[in-house]
Design a protein around this ligand. Sequence first.
Ligand SMILES: NC(=O)c1ccc[n+]([C@@H]2O[C@H](COP(=O)([O-])OP(=O)(O)OC[C@H]3O[C@@H](n4cnc5c(N)ncnc54)[C@H](O)[C@@H]3O)[C@@H](O)[C@H]2O)c1
Length: 358
Amino acid sequence: MSASFSVQSSTGEYSVEVEAGGFARWASEFGGNAVIADEFFQYAWPPGAAPPVFVEAVETNKALEASPALIEQIRRGGANRSTELVAVGGGIIQDLSAFIASVYMRGLKWTYVPTTVLAMVDSCIGGKSSINVGPYKNLVGTFHPPQRVLADPEFVRTLPLDQRASGLIEAVKICFCKGAESFAKHMSFEPSVEMGSEALEGLILNSLESKRWFIEVDEFDKNERLLLNFGHTFGHAMEGASHFAIAHGIGVGLGIECAIAMQERAGVDYGGASQVGQLRQHLRTMVGSDPTVRSVLPTLDLDDVLDRIGSDKKHGTDFYTFILIAADGRVELTKLPRTQQTLAAAKAAVEQVIESYR
Ligand SMILES: NC(=O)c1ccc[n+]([C@@H]2O[C@H](COP(=O)([O-])OP(=O)(O)OC[C@H]3O[C@@H](n4cnc5c(N)ncnc54)[C@H](O)[C@@H]3O)[C@@H](O)[C@H]2O)c1
């Protein structure tokens, strides 16, 4: 099966194709383009396909400081204004390539082939590039959507299980934020780290079509798209306090659990929104599939987690911003008073979730 749809953006429309096993055919069409690929694929690069510049997918290579050497390499390869760039890899290769495509000779057209679940279900559309500067992650970036996104779920076969779980958590987050129908469809694919390419194909399409709604109504992250930060205030804090032993997607899953716990402790009753219980149960399975979680959570310094929650960039001078679930199951951006009481409520929610994984 293969399926495609298009996304509207301020720079025009771009297409998304999802096809299990599609990469071999797409790769045969890369000739004449400049290709940047994850070094992981060095020994499995399709014979006859244009030779890429291989880059190791590590955060230090997704840095402003690392870009000039890669830009020079692409220039030596003969890239000019009409050259198209092709990027093959996960979010690191995507961010780096999108950034280079947006600045090289004031902008190249580019095609993106995502190879991780996270990139296939989420980051491949939206047009953002985020680049690290010194110790600051994702400090600078541009909006420069690709012309084409080509997603082949077969790539997932070689992906470690914790990374599959991380990506699937981002997918369920997007679908839950979109609404009950999208969430129910997501769950109908019986998402699991062991799922096969065919079910994954449907799941990827549902997640991307759900995300499309957010990026088309709010391309530049001013209103609706902000909801996709669901789970991130708590999640980033736990991820950071664990010194990144907790993977990003797993942190988001834990963060959503904290957001639910915080609401319940404040008296919100989800009895009329059964999807909240279903989401929580599913997240426990996904988060629990990563064996590091149970050993890392009890070692977290709670004061550090709280400091990080309190310094999230979404907060205002007199309020804290949390993305929470209302009693009817809708995800909403909530401003709470900037008081010790609010922080204490957040702390109690974190403690409850940590305790539940003992
Ligand atoms: N631009 C955006 O909209 C956006 C959104 C979310 C995240 N991000 C960024 O994405 C990055 C994380 O990306 P990611 O989680 O997709 O992975 P990644 O690019 O960080 O890769 C993770 C690891 O998986 C390996 N890998 C990639 N594909 C593989 C495959 N098919 N089989 C086996 N190994 C494979 C890589 O070599 C690497 O070791 C972060 O830097 C994050 O900031 C960007």
